[in-house]
Every structure is written in structure tokens, then in C-alpha cells.
Write a protein that binds this ligand. Structure first.
Ligand code: NAP
Ligand code: FE
Length: 361
């Protein structure tokens, strides 16, 4: 068994302000990577800029990361800032800017990197140091080495092969205050699926369980907020972020499984947000899993059984109406992907996969 989690984590109120010194320790020139606008309105960018100023560090900003960032975006950013003597990269935002920050940090370290480099495991994986500051509560990218990128040439998304763990993760629930309910629900379902997929996984260990259980404990406490039964308070925002970080630690060990692999087609073709696309496949995936394990997971995360969980998804997502041809494309591709077919903790053949994919609810 192995457990590798090299990220230094601080999770607290005013986290960025409190740890300006730890940020400044990475050098004098930072590249801040954000999405197009949210970081500038939820206070996270200002907090980081203030911390850098306090430490006497300069910064450049790349604020063009789109949702589901593409390989083109990260390669272009790498080129644009390669002559700027950047010491470290700060990703602020949801999974998209944080994932992009990791890939950009790799490209800045290896300016010769091209598309092939990102997917060539024989190439060096070292990158500039990365700091991640999450503003959504789903991907856990702040504690994983994973960078999921859109491959327009393959019409889907594919994680780059190089693992770039952030050196530092600064987690503060206050950045969620400006997030819409939809964004919070989508990203919280993503976090829960990280937990389920990392446990119902061929690579699951007791160490994965450790992180997953902590994640479910936090997640179960915000279930009613997500279901719209009560308003979120400060503590709930902190719990949402914590659940996401523990879920990230779980997938950092064992990786994801079928729902994530299947979801990428729905996001690419239909523009479905990541958490919503993944969530669509969770009832089918859970129903294919051994009953005892399924029920244990559901109970720990606050659901009495699979039908209650499915009813929860129906309530928070509404009608899904995924076109049949879309599901066919996902099914046909994943059934030929041996690594994915073997990623679950239980045997998956074409029939089982069909049950996961075509489980309309
Ligand atoms: P996201 O794609 O980063 O952001 C979604 C939207 O939310 C954007 O419009 C963003 O605006 C906005 N937003 C972010 N924070 C906000 C806030 N606090 N208030 C208001 N709006 C806010 O969403 P995500 O679900 O966190 O990330 C999804 C990506 O992460 C996918 O590409 C997925 O594949 C990847 N992922 C990575 C891992 C991993 O381990 N690395 C795991 C799972 C998923 P702006 O664009 O203006 O910022
Ligand atoms: Fe995910």
C-alpha cells in the first residue's frame, strides 16, 4: 500500500492573508492563473495580490482559462510567459484554473513542451512550484497531481500523464459565498463521486478509506444545504471545501473510475458541467457495486439507500434527458478501454457497463 500526499494544506478563515509568508517563500515572480471573472469578484484574487505585495513579490496574470481548459490554452500560456522568469504559479478558482496552473507550471519548466509532451510519460514531469486556492467545492485539484485537459483533437478530455502536485493549498470557505447554488451542487456532487469512485476502485486501500471517510463525514453534514432544506452558513462553506479536499486526497491515491471516464463525452459534446455529467452515472455505478459496500458508502454520506440518493440527484439536478446517441458514444469508447473497465473494485463486462451507462433516472 502507498499513500502519497505531498501538499502542504492550510484550511482556515482568511487563509491567504494568514499565510502570505508561505506564499512569498516560493520566489519573487509569480504567475497567477484564473478563470475569466470569478476570482476578481469573490475576493480571492485581491487576497493573493495583497499577500504578494506584502512579500515584495511581483506577479503576472493569466486570466483566460476557460471551463474544461484545453491543451491549447495551457501551451499558449506557457509560451506567452516563458521569458518572464516566473518562479512559481498560483492557480485560483475551480478545477479549471487549478488544473491549468499545473500544466502551465510544467510548460514553464520545459518551454519545449508541446501537445505530445503533455501525454508522453517518458518526458520529465518536474514543474515550477504550484500554489492552489480553490473557489469551488468539487474537484479537490488543490490536493491532487491531476490536470484534466480538453483535447479538441480527440473530442474529449484527457488528464495529462505528468503528475504535478501543488506545493501549497490554501483553503478558505469564504470564497464559496458568491457561488451560485447550482455551482455548489454541481461541484459537491463531483466531490462525492470522487469518494465513491476511489473506494469502489481496484486501487482502494485503507488509506483511501481514511480520506474518504473524513470526506463523507463533512459531506453528510451539508447534505440538507445541497438539497435546499436550509441556507448555507459559514461553517457549511468550510465543510463543503473540506469534503472536496478529502475527496481529492482519495482520488489522488486510487484515481477515478467509470462515472468520470463516461462523463467526459457528455461535457465535451453537450457542454454539461463536470459534476452534473459525472453525477448522471452515479446511480448506475452504485447499483452495479456489491450491495454491502454500496450501502456503507451511502450511509456514511447521509443516505439510507440508493433510491434515496437517486431521489436527491433528481431533486438537485432536475431532468437530465441525455440523448441516447451520446450514451452510445460513451459506452462504445469505454468498453474498449481496458484500463477503465478494470478500474472498478468489481468485475465489469459489457453487460455491467451497459447498466452503468443506460441507467436512465
Ligand atoms: P470550473 O470549471 O473551474 O468553474 C466553473 C464556473 O464556476 C466558471 O464559470 C467559474 O468562473 C465559476 N466559479 C468558480 N468559482 C466561483 C465562485 N467562488 N463564485 C462564483 N463563480 C465561480 O469548475 P469546477 O467544477 O471546479 O472544475 C471543473 C474542472 O475540474 C473540469 O475540467 C474537471 O475535469 C476538472 N477536475 C479536476 C480534478 C483534479 O483532480 N484535478 C478532479 C475533478 C475535476 P470563472 O471562469 O470566471 O472563474
Ligand atoms: Fe471530478
Amino acid at each position: 500500500m502507498t499513500f502519497y500526499m505531498p501538499v502542504r494544506i492550510f484550511e482556515e478563515k482568511e487563509c491567504v492573508k494568514n499565510h502570505a509568508r508561505e506564499i512569498g517563500a516560493f520566489g519573487k515572480r509569480a504567475l497567477i492563473v484564473t478563470g475569466k471573472s470569478s476570482a476578481f469578484s469573490n475576493g480571492s484574487f485581491d487576497d493573493v495580490a495583497d499577500a504578494l505585495k506584502q512579500e515584495g513579490a511581483e506577479y503576472k496574470v493569466f486570466s483566460e482559462v476557460e471551463e474544461n481548459p484545453s491543451t491549447d490554452t495551457v501551451l499558449n500560456a506557457g509560451k506567452r510567459f516563458s521569458d518572464e522568469n516566473i518562479d512559481f504559479v498560483i492557480g485560483i478558482g475551480g478545477g479549471s484554473p487549478m488544473d491549468a496552473a499545473k500544466a502551465i507550471a510544467l510548460v514553464l519548466k520545459h518551454p519545449e513542451a508541446d501537445l505530445e509532451y503533455l501525454y508522453d510519460a517518458s518526458k520529465a514531469s518536474d514543474a515550477l512550484p504550484v500554489i492552489c486556492i480553490p473557489t469551488t467545492c468539487g474537484t479537490g485539484s488543490e490536493v491532487t497531481g491531476v490536470s484534466v485537459l480538453t483535447r479538441h483533437d480527440k473530442k474529449t478530455k484527457l488528464s495529462m500523464v505528468h503528475k504535478v502536485f501543488p506545493a501549497l493549498a490554501l483553503i478558505d470557505g469564504k470564497y464559496l459565498k458568491s457561488a451560485s447554488k447550482t455551482l455548489i451542487v454541481n461541484s459537491a456532487v463531483d466531490a462525492l463521486s470522487h469518494i465513491y469512485e476511489s473506494i469502489l476502485n481496484a486501487k482502494a486501500t485503507d488509506y483511501v478509506w481514511m480520506a474518504a471517510e473524513a470526506g463523507m463525514k463533512a459531506w453528510a453534514q451539508v447534505r440538507d444545504v445541497l438539497a435546499g432544506k436550509r441556507e448555507a452558513g459559514e461553517e457549511d462553506f468550510a465543510l463543503l471545501m473540506r469534503a472536496s479536499a478529502f475527496a481529492g486526497m482519495s482520488i489522488a491515491q486510487s484515481g477515478t473510475s467509470l462515472p468520470h471516464a463516461l462523463s467526459y463525452f457528455l461535457t465535451y459534446d453537450l457542454g454539461l458541467p463536470h459534476g452534473r455529467a459525472v453525477g448522471y452515472f452515479l446511480p448506475g455505478f452504485l447499483s452495479a457495486a456489491p450491495g454491502e459496500e454500496r450501502n456503507k458508502l451511502l450511509k456514511l454520506s447521509g443516505f439510507s439507500d440508493l433510491s434515496e440518493f437517486t431521489a436527491f440527484l433528481k431533486k438537485v439536478f432536475g431532468e437530465m434527458n441525455i440523448p441516447e446517441n451520446e450514451l452510445e458514444r460513451a459506452f462504445e469508447t469505454i468498453k474498449n478501454n481496458q484500463a477503465k473497465m478494470k478500474s472498478a473494485s468489481f468485475p465489469v463486462d459489457d453487460e455491467v457497463l451497459k447498466g452503468v451507462v443506460f441507467n436512465q433516472w
